[in-house]
Design a protein around this ligand. Sequence first.
Ligand code: SN0
Length: 316
Amino acid sequence: MNKFTSIQDVPNLQELLTVARDCKQQPFANKHIGTNKTLGLLFFNPSLRTRMSTQKAAYNLGMDVIVMNVGSDSWTLETRDGVIMDGSATEHIKEAAAVMGEYCDILGLRTFAGLVDKQLDYSEDVLEKFIRYSGKPVISLESATRHPLQSLADVFTIEAHKTTTRPKVVLTWAPHPKALPQAVPNSFAEWAIAMNYNVVIAHPVGYELSGEFTRGASITHNQDEALHNADFVYAKNWSSFHNYGTILSHDKGWMITAEKMSCTNNAKFMHCLPVRRNQIVSDAVLDSPNSIVTEEAGNRVVSAQAVLRTMIESLA
Ligand code: SN0
C-alpha cells in the first residue's frame, strides 16, 4: 500500500482488518519494524484524536514522529500552479512537500474541504499535490472528501459489536450550527457498503451525498423509518453537497434522542467526535451504555497502526 486516501487504496479489506485485530491484541509485537523510519504528521486543520492516535500508533511500531501544524506554524503555502507569488503566500506546495519528503518516510496530511469551490475540494487538490511532490507514501488524516482512518476504526468497531452477520447500520444527518464537510459521511458510507452491511442513510431533503459514495445504500428522508430495528446509529452533520457547503436545515427534530433510540434494535450509538451535545445527540444517549464513541475513538490507534504497519512492510 503506497497511499491510504480512500478504500480504493486498500487491496484487501479483510486482510487489513485482520492486521488491525492483531494490532489491538498485541500492540507492541512489531516494535522493531518502524526503527529509523520517520512519520511526518501535517495539519492544515485542528485535531485531537487523529493527532494523538496516529502518533501513538507510530510509537507502537518504533517510528519517530514529527508533527507540524502547517496551517498555523509554518509558512503560508501557495497551492495554485503558475501564479505570481506577490500575495501573502510565502512558499509553494511544490517545494514544501518535496522538502517534507526529504525528512520523512511516510507523510500524513489533514486538509479539510474549503466548502466554497466544490470542484476544487472534490479534486483533492492539496492531497494530490502532496502525493505528487513529496514522492513519499501519504496517509489521509481527513482530506476534503474522505476520512479513511476514521472509517477503518468505525468498521473495526462495528465488527467487534455486531451480533448478526449483516447488521443494519444507519448513517443519519443531525443538526449543527456550522457548515461541516461531507468527508466523514462520504467515507463512512463507502466503507460500510464495502463491508456489505445493510446501510441506510437518512437526511433532510437537499442533503444527498455524492452518488459515488452511497451506491448500494438505501437513502431516505424519514429518520424514524430508518432507525426502526437499526443495530448501529451513526450520527453526523454535513453541509449540502448539491448546494455546495450551505446549511439547508437547523431542524432540531433530527437530533438523536433516547426516544428515537428506543425504536432501534438496542442499537449502539456512534460518532467520530468531536460531537456537539444536545445538538447532534442528547446527553442521555451519549452518556448511555449504548454509546460506543470512546471505544470507537480508541480504535483510531488500531486503524492507524494497521495502516502504518502495512505501509512500512511495503516500503522495505
Ligand atoms: C470535522 C468534520 O469533518 O466534520 C472533523 C471531524 C473528525 N468536524 C468539525 O470540524 C467539527 C467542528 C465543530 O465546530 O463542531
